[in-house]
Design a protein around this ligand. Structure first.
Ligand code: FUB
Ligand code: ZN
Length: 664
């Protein structure tokens, strides 16, 4: 990355406060609805029906029991562990969401509640630092003996992430001490040294968490351990099998996982040799997020190249237009290049969130809008579609096409829910959404040398440190509905640095002015690099192309051949039965269609809608009595369609939905 970086000057983003119309609504929902609601659920006090994420009788869905598990492990209550072996992570993600929310708006009551959770975790933590309610309660002798299934390091990683966030927000030492003790316990148990386990968790997460813990504490052992887990993965392909054999006769911690291929765990080959995104999608992107951060922290060029290969495999061949990933329910996994079915896919909310983590950590390595463009695509589409507008109902799976009757009657589509449930037996997604939405302020800017990168257009006030001097940048915008954004500078003293504006790839034209004068500074990897000596009162305005755009998929994507998707700005649109009636598949867009965009301030809390002239296939009477016919004329009648933002679907009534539209 050249960009005229001046090595002796540095820029650092201290604080970003969101005041954006679109995102402040989400921040408020997180604070007033999600956090209190999820707390009730985790304590089994919410009057809700917990749904199984797919038809599978083994999914535990009577209750969450997550807080109760900690009380039992802490010796405060008697009882058995209930729920998935990784149930602890629901609490950790909730705690992380609390931390980010407090960072935006101080809340003593919430801090008191969260401090209480930390006290409970301290009690549940074993003397040597081990922390996991399932193994402490049910099987202490099986600690680290079944890593393919156990999620012990996955849960530990989620706690470390929460602790780092909570410490940053509150300076709560106890939270951090628990994390360090836990990391020390893991460090004492894993590694290349004799007597240690030369292996890794079946579900990546510890890697990215250790990188964060290292960044905060500067304890080199944590970075070394992170690198150990990354580099050990896939080296000894018999590791999981050996552990299973050594425990022969014991019950599985999660049944059936020993039948999965090693690629499900990204353990089929060493990470530097992995050319394509394989296996369980969340696992893969969490792995990649860890790799990208480790590459950045240890200046590991080989690791960075491996990240790039996987990034390309995902975004050029295996990602939905919504930023969803995972083409099949079987193993919640990637399949093969261009295999992107719209109605059986997985597109787990957590997977799109993980893709955002990956993109964010790649941006630390190099400022390239391929990362921020994809981050934005996932964020505005496949991530926020995971939550209903009330903040209390969630999609685990985010289809691009839904037919409620098919979902009900086809066991192969039981995972494709037509409405968002209140909670899931496997509740990974709802608290993951809570922490992501609460942390939007972390994604707006990134820095490299003395360049500040504006990655997302979201109204905010940012406090920046430039060589010890304070800079305040105010961004105003009504994105994603309008394409203008204005940045205003306030500086302690004039400062020379590069201010780099992302010009999204979808914006075919754009205009940038500095203090009212249009500029045409060059684009570097999708960013307009504006290097000036900035002074108080300087103002940058950017205008992006908000025209309605038709997107096609690569012709190898069979599911989307001869179809188009409609996008305006970062928002992907869909048609829904609520506006257009049943049989959405009968519509097509003619060549001479006309689009009309309108902003509806009421619907979905305010959203841009698109009306388009269309045609609808006439289904003649004759078809009522026959399934096939020869030579029946194909007649279309004029129709019109209303398209809504994809993220907002399934917020009104149960009905059909479709992203990709047939064209004439
Ligand atoms: O295994 C833990 C989490 O549960 C995964 O990340 C999700 O895909 C779900 O399977
Ligand atoms: Zn999930």
């Amino acid at each position: 990355m050249s960009n005229n970086v001046q090595a002796d000057k540095s820029i650092h983003v201290n604080k970003v406060i969101i005041n954006d119309q679109f995102w402040k609504r989400y921040a408020d929902i997180v604070k007033t609805e999600m956090i209190p609601y999820q707390w009730e659920v985790l304590n089994d006090r919410a009057d809700i029906t917990i749904e199984k994420e797919r038809n599978d009788q083994n999914i535990p869905s009577e209750k969450s029991h997550a807080i109760e598990n900690f009380k039992i492990a802490a010796g405060l209550k008697e009882g058995r562990h209930y729920g998935w072996v990784f149930q602890d992570s629901d609490v950790y993600k909730w705690l992380e969401a609390v931390a980010y929310s407090i960072e935006q708006e101080h809340d003593p009551q919430l801090i008191e509640l969260a401090d209480g959770v930390i006290d409970l975790l301290a009690l549940a933590q074993e003397k040597d630092g081990y922390l996991n309610t399932y193994f402490t309660i049910e099987a202490p002798e099986r600690r680290f003996k079944r890593l393919a299934e156990s999620h012990e390091l996955y849960c530990a990683g989620h706690y470390m992430e929460a602790a780092v966030a909570y410490y940053n927000a509150t300076k709560n030492e106890k939270a951090l001490t628990i994390a360090c003790k836990l990391a020390d316990c893991i460090d004492a148990s894993f590694g290349n040294e004799a007597g240690k386990i030369k292996g890794y968790d079946g579900h990546e997460e510890i890697e990215l968490a250790l990188a964060k813990l290292y960044e905060l504490t500067k304890e080199k052992r944590y970075l070394n351990l992170c690198q150990f887990f990354l580099y050990e993965r896939g080296q000894d392909t018999s590791f999981f099998v050996r552990q299973w054999q050594e425990e022969a006769g014991e019950n599985a911690v999660i049944g059936g996982m020993n039948h999965l291929p090693l690629s499900y765990y990204q353990a089929h080959k060493p990470i530097l040799e992995q050319e394509s995104a394989e296996g369980h999608a969340v696992r893969l992107v969490y792995l990649c997020a860890g790799m990208a951060d480790a590459a950045f922290l240890s200046k590991d060029e080989e690791m960075l190249q491996a990240c790039k290969k996987l990034w390309k495999s995902i975004t050029a061949k295996r990602m939905y237009i919504t930023g969803g990933i995972g083409s099949t329910v079987h193993g919640e996994a990637f399949t093969s290049d261009y295999d992107l079915p719209n109605d059986t896919m997985y597109c787990e909310t957590c997977a799109s969130i993980g893709l955002i983590f990956f993109a964010q950590n790649m941006l630390k390595n190099e400022a390239d809008s391929t990362y921020s463009d994809t981050l934005e695509r996932a964020l505005y589409n496949g991530v926020i579609s995971g939550m209903a507008l009330d903040g209390k109902h969630f999609f685990y799976v985010n289809p691009l096409e839904s037919n409620p009757e098919n979902s009900l009657k086809d066991p192969g589509k039981s995972h494709v829910k037509p409405t968002r449930p209140a909670w899931f037996g496997c509740a990974c997604c709802p608290p993951n959404l809570a922490r992501l939405l609460a942390s939007i302020h972390k994604y707006l800017y990134s820095q490299k040398g003395d360049c500040l990168y504006a990655n997302l257009y979201i109204a905010n006030k940012a406090e920046i440190d430039w060589n010890g001097k304070q800079i305040e940048i105010t961004q105003e915008s009504n994105y994603p509905w309008e394409g203008e954004a204005k940045f205003q500078f306030q500086l302690e003293e004039p400062a020379e640095f590069g201010f780099c504006l992302r010009i999204p790839a979808w914006s075919k034209t754009y205009k940038v002015t500095v203090n009212g004068i249009e500029i045409s500074d060059s684009l570097m990897n999708g960013y307009m690099v504006i290097r000036r000596t900035w002074e108080t009162g300087d103002e940058i305005c950017v205008t992006l192309d908000m025209s309605i755009q038709e997107w096609s998929a690569n012709p190898h994507v069979k599911a989307d051949l001869n179809k188009i998707a409609i996008q305006r700005g970062p928002i992907v649109y869909c048609m829904e039965e609520a506006d257009n009636g049943k049989c959405l598949h009968l519509f097509r867009l003619p060549k001479n269609k006309q689009y009309h965009y309108r902003y509806d301030s009421e619907l979905f809390g305010g959203a841009g809608l698109i009306d388009v002239t269309a045609e609808k296939r006439v289904v003649e009477q004759e078809w009522e009595s026959q399934l096939y016919s020869q030579g029946m004329a194909e007649l279309y009648e004029a129709a019109s369609l209303t398209l809504i933002p994809y993220y907002a679907w399934a917020n009104r009534s149960v009905g059909e939905m479709q992203v990709w539209l047939a064209k004439e």
